[in-house]
Design a protein around this ligand. Structure first.
Ligand code: HEM
Ligand code: HEM
Length: 179
């Protein structure tokens, strides 16, 4: 195990901001989706679902921005571990990017398949009106990917906290504005 030097540089501000806004939105999207059905069927439920869809689109834009930033001017730091654990960390990060992209695409497909109303202002026409079975299947895939993201992000966060509190290296600090 090769701990990162405590003097290791931080990620740049844009990368840090995009990381934490993405993390916040993922948790918010998951929790927000759980309460949609708490609202009575009608305008309030439409608003709750519209908020989920709109913030989902924001997440999609941020994800594209993050990938573009990472592949151009964003700072990339060497892995904390050059061996097997480093490979696991890399696979986790790419897994999270891939799952987030899948989540956004399936969410958009779900919106289009169901057909919807955005805040009772904009009508999204249904791709195949009345085909509830298809919408249900896509919703199940959406919910399943959500659970997988939650589990992987939980392992990822636990690893970051383990680095910080047990190995006491600078890995968490490099993703913090001040550390
Ligand atoms: C990481 C981002 C996201 C997470 C964690 C998330 C999570 C969820 C969850 C857990 C559900 C409930 C599924 C169920 O139990 O049946 C749901 C429903 C839904 N999601 Fe997402 N979602 C995300 C992004 C998106 C995006 C980008 C869109 C579309 C632009 C979207 C559109 C929808 C729609 C239309 C529903 C159905 C809501 C309803 O049942 O009334 N989601 N989402
Ligand atoms: C849903 C929540 C989260 C998602 C989707 C997520 C996603 C990611 C991704 C994709 C990376 C790789 C960055 C890159 O190299 O491009 C990363 C890095 C990182 N994340 Fe998260 N993250 C989440 C939550 C957290 C939490 C809660 C913590 C801390 C407790 C954390 C700490 C870190 C750290 C320290 C790094 C940098 C690792 C390194 O430099 O080797 N993340 N995250």
């Amino acid at each position: 195990m090769q701990p990162v030097s405590p003097n290791a540089k931080r990620y740049d501000g844009t990368t840090i901001l995009l990381h934490w806004v993405t993390a916040f939105l993922v948790i918010e999207q998951w929790l927000g989706a759980q309460i949609i059905d708490w609202f009575p069927s009608g305008p309030l439920r439409i608003d709750a679902r519209s908020a989920h869809i709109s913030l989902g689109v924001l997440l999609a834009v941020l994800l594209i921005g993050r990938v573009l930033w990472r592949s151009s001017r964003g700072r990339r730091l060497p892995l904390a571990d050059s061996g097997f654990l480093g490979l696991v960390a890399k696979a986790t990060h790419w897994g999270l990017y891939g799952l987030l992209a899948a989540m956004v695409l399936v969410g958009l497909a779900l919106t289009w398949t169901r057909g919807d109303s955005l805040f009772n202002l904009v009508r999204i026409p249904a791709f195949d009106p009345g085909n509830h079975a298809l919408a249900d299947q896509i919703q199940e895939v959406h919910a399943t990917i959500g659970w997988i993201i939650l589990a992987l992000a939980g392992i990822h966060a636990a690893a970051a906290l383990f680095h910080h509190f047990v190995w006491r290296d600078g890995v968490l600090a490099r993703m913090l504005a001040r550390g």
